[in-house]
Design a protein around this ligand. Structure first.
Ligand code: FMN
Length: 222
């Protein structure tokens, strides 16, 4: 049995859409981070670890630049997307979130169903910003607004952290209410199996050649 851990997918671009979808079907959460200097990424990983320890849920922590965003409308029932996004400049996204923000705000952008709709998608937003800037947490607000406009349903309240004074306190104050709402929205209960491993490794005597994926392996969050 492989030690339980949260896989961080950095090679989704090289997966076929089919492989990507099958990957998601085994995960309950996909967590996108929009991060320039690593803080949002750290919070994304924390959220993934909390989902695992509280509910036994596996997450895919994902650099949005490396995700085929048009498949966002294909997240299966019972899954949720979490956006942990920082704001920079004059209320701009981080480099790795430019494309997803553009896709979300461009109403001509089509998801895999051929429309700009995300009905059925459940999502969470936590923004990282700094109140000394004029456009405080602008990207988290834009992402939230656009997801809602596309028909997706927010779980709980949007969280906003202020790097000037209280990022950690803001996160801690926000997360309990979010996890309560999350449990209701996904129909999960706290204490459900933090001991459940994400993977079981078993040895096969033989296997069909075409079932072996020889692409790059995904790194693991320690
Ligand atoms: C050059 C610079 C510009 C920033 N611009 C904004 C801004 O316009 N609005 C905001 O709310 N926060 C702004 N911030 C604060 C960052 O969003 C915050 O520090 C965040 O935690 C960075 O996350 P990251 O480490 O994941 O990149 C800015 C920070 C820097 C260094």
């Amino acid at each position: 049995m492989v030690e339980k851990s949260v896989p961080r997918e950095s090679t989704l671009r090289s997966y076929s859409p089919d492989v990507t979808l099958r990957f998601f079907q085994k995960k309950r959460l996909v967590i996108f981070y929009g991060s320039q200097t690593g803080t949002a990424e750290e919070y994304a990983i924390r959220i993934a670890k909390e989902a695992k320890s509280k509910f036994g849920l596996a997450s895919l922590v994902c650099d949005p630049e490396e995700y085929d965003f048009e498949n966002l409308d294909q997240l299966p029932e019972g899954c949720a997307a979490i956006f942990v996004v920082a704001t920079y400049g004059e209320g701009e996204p981080t480099d790795n979130a430019v494309q997803i923000v553009q896709n979300l705000t461009d109403e001509t952008f089509e998801f895999s169903s051929g429309s700009h709709r995300l009905d059925g998608l459940k999502y969470v937003v936590f923004g990282l910003g700094n109140k000394t800037y004029e456009h405080y947490n602008a990207i988290a607000r834009i992402v939230d607004r656009e997801l809602e406009k596309a028909g997706a349903t927010r779980i709980g309240e949007r969280g906003e952290g202020d790097d000037d004074k209280s990022m950690e306190e803001d996160y801690l104050e926000w997360k309990d209410g979010m996890w309560d709402a999350f449990a209701k929205a996904l129909g999960v209960e706290e204490g459900q199996g933090s001991d459940t491993a994400d993977f079981v490794v078993s040895e096969l005597d033989s296997h069909p050649e075409e079932k072996v994926y020889l692409g790059s392996s995904s790194p693991f969050v320690p």
